[in-house]
Design a protein around this ligand. Structure first.
Ligand code: MLT
Ligand code: MN
Length: 312
């Protein structure tokens, strides 16, 4: 099983188009130790030929251009792709907008939960992917599913999906309702366990998570690798950076640091490799020379970068 991180940044990417915070400026200026990153997406292949994407980011065109494995093979038909399927972990813009760039009557399959499929169905722009050519399939929660291409052939990639504490997509929030609890577990966001058909090489991908509870700890225990929500280093980071009013808790993203953070929450869970992904442009770990980056490394975590590859 090969797994490639094709996009390691959170929504907006790094640098974000309108962001003038010091980190985005450093990335724009190619400061040593500060690498640009595209938006949240992972690719997996069981046979090295067909690929399953986990989320389709608005940067997908650039990600395919940067990833030869996702381009048409030299001897392939005039229109072709090694992308057999796209699995969606929620309906956030950074995870579904890339579907629009995959139009052109090219067969592949979409897998998502009932809620995410409903969002796609409610937004007719996604009909640029004709369901007769790009089938939309239900990702049944808590069941292991063999991911198949549009033609029904198994890709060899098996996915187990599980709900994680999270939040409905920003654009689906009931605006103006001050009592709404956006950090509650509504089943709007999921984590996935990616493995081969023979059950080997399990890697968990959880790009959005509001809290770590006992159920999640049990799900992640024993994984060869966990790719986990690394949006923020501290809960109030966007406020102290001066770029926004929202805490991580309000956005459905747990912070890395602190007693209630992910580093502490997963410290005693047996995991082979721990890698932060979906990193926001305010997160100081984006600077490899920062104290926060050093603290994360000291806690045995890695910070994902685009192009990182793992083999299990
Ligand atoms: C998130 O991860 O919270 C969303 O991608 C935010 C957004 O929609 O910009
Ligand atoms: Mn996001």
């Amino acid at each position: 099983m090969r797994v490639k991180i094709i996009g390691s940044a959170a929504g907006g990417g790094f640098p974000q188009w309108n962001c003038n915070y010091r980190l985005s400026r450093a990335a724009r200026n190619c400061m040593p130790g500060v690498q640009s990153r595209t938006q949240s997406s992972v690719a997996a292949s069981a046979d090295g030929t067909g690929w399953v994407l986990f989320n389709a980011s608005p940067d997908i065109r650039q990600q395919i251009a940067q990833t030869p494995e996702l381009q048409p093979a030299a001897d392939a038909p005039l229109r072709s792709t090694p992308i057999r399927a796209v699995v969606l972990t929620n309906a956030d813009v950074d995870h579904i907008a890339g579907l629009l760039s995959l139009r052109e009557r090219q067969p592949f399959a979409i897998y998502a939960t009932t809620k995410v499929l409903a969002t796609l169905a409610a937004n007719s722009i996604f009909d640029v992917l004709d369901p007769a050519i790009v089938p939309r399939r239900l990702l049944a929660l808590t069941e292991e599913m063999a991911i198949c291409g549009a033609d029904g052939h198994p890709t060899g990639v098996v996915v187990g999906s599980f709900p994680v504490p999270g939040k409905v997509a920003l654009y689906l929030e009931q605006r103006g309702d001050p009592t709404a609890d956006f950090s509650s577990d509504t089943g709007d966001t999921i984590g996935v366990r990616i493995s081969r058909a023979d059950g080997r090489g399990a890697i968990c991908y959880v790009p959005g998570c509001a809290r770590i509870d006992a159920a999640l700890r049990a799900r992640l225990a024993g994984a060869a690798c966990v790719l986990f929500d690394g949006t923020l280093y501290t809960d109030d980071e966007m406020i102290t950076a001066g770029v926004g009013q929202k805490t991580g808790a309000r956005m459905g993203h747990i912070a890395m640091s602190g007693e209630a953070g992910s580093i502490a929450g997963l410290a005693d869970v047996k995991i082979g490799r721990r890698i932060f992904i979906h990193i926001n442009n305010t997160n100081p770990v984006l600077d490899e020379n920062s104290a926060e980056h050093a603290a994360v490394k000291a806690a045995d975590w890695e910070v994902a970068a685009d192009g990182m590859e793992m083999e299990f």
